[in-house]
Design a protein around this ligand. Structure first.
Ligand code: MG
Length: 257
């Protein structure tokens, strides 16, 4: 199994980056791994930590309509260049925590996505250099208040509510370019979304290059690469699980805000 990089909090509230071992012990690092964090002598047993989202970015940059079949289901063409927007870092939550359904919305959707973790400051990169700025990969759910996305002329509210960016549960460094992404609701065995990440219109290196020509990307920043077709609503009490082959599963429950 690939090495899994986690971020955890101990019972005293101390936050650490670490390596998740098969025993589920966490070997603590002395810094974030993309800042050359090295293993320390400290190990946390499973009963002594809770898992957090795997990084604490300065920003989350998301990409809209980056799968042809999803653009089609939205009734729109594929954009001629990447369509980017921001989600606030305060929208991030860990796996196994609650997505809070806001009172302002009557239609909240899941969007299973591959997330890229930036390891190195990136400004004005060509795609080849941009690829080297991608430190690792995790799973995201770009939760969206669909009714407000339609109502507002921009997406800050629809995409920016607290808890609207489940992220994790951990980061891996390598990913099969043809890895399958699937989203499941509750106990249904058939996925509501199922696609391969190589179906993206603009692949990861092109996205990082493009975004780096707009804004400086910092170590630990997160890029959400878009969702495939099959988006749909969440209801109170639903469990939503996004899986990516070679990474794992990100699972959250929907509760009232
Ligand atoms: Mg999305």
């Amino acid at each position: 199994m690939a090495q899994r990089y986690v971020r955890v909090q101990n019972q005293e509230g101390q936050i650490y980056y670490g390596l998740l071992q098969l025993s589920l012990n966490v070997q603590v690092l002395d810094a974030p791994p993309w800042l050359q964090g090295q293993p320390t002598d400290l190990t946390l047993a499973p009963e002594n930590y809770q898992i957090l989202a795997p990084c604490a970015p300065s920003k989350v940059v998301a990409v809209g309509k980056n799968y042809k079949d999803h653009a089609a289901e939205m009734g729109t063409p594929v954009p001629s260049e990447p369509l980017i927007f921001l989600k606030p870092p305060t929208s991030i939550i860990a796996s196994e925590t609650e997505i809070k359904y806001p009172q302002m919305s009557q239609r909240v959707d899941y969007e299973g996505e591959l997330a890229l973790i930036i390891g190195d400051r990136a400004v004005d990169c060509q795609p080849e250099e941009a690829q080297t700025k991608i430190w690792g990969y995790t799973i995201a759910n770009d939760v969206t208040a669909r009714d407000l996305q339609t109502k507002d002329s921009q997406w800050t509210r629809a995409k920016g509510f607290d808890t609207f960016c489940p992220l994790g549960p951990w980061i891996v460094r390598e990913l099969n370019p043809g890895a399958r992404l699937q989203t499941f609701l509750n106990d249904e065995t058939n996925p509501v979304q199922s696609s391969c990440i190589d179906q993206m219109v603009f692949p990861p290196d092109v996205l990082v290059s493009y975004i780096s020509r707009v804004m400086t990307l910092l170590p630990g920043d997160v890029i959400l690469t878009g969702t495939p077709e099959g988006i749909g609503p969440l209801n109170l009490g639903d469990r939503v699980r996004v899986e990516i082959e070679g990474i794992g599963r990100l699972e959250n429950i929907v509760a009232a805000r």
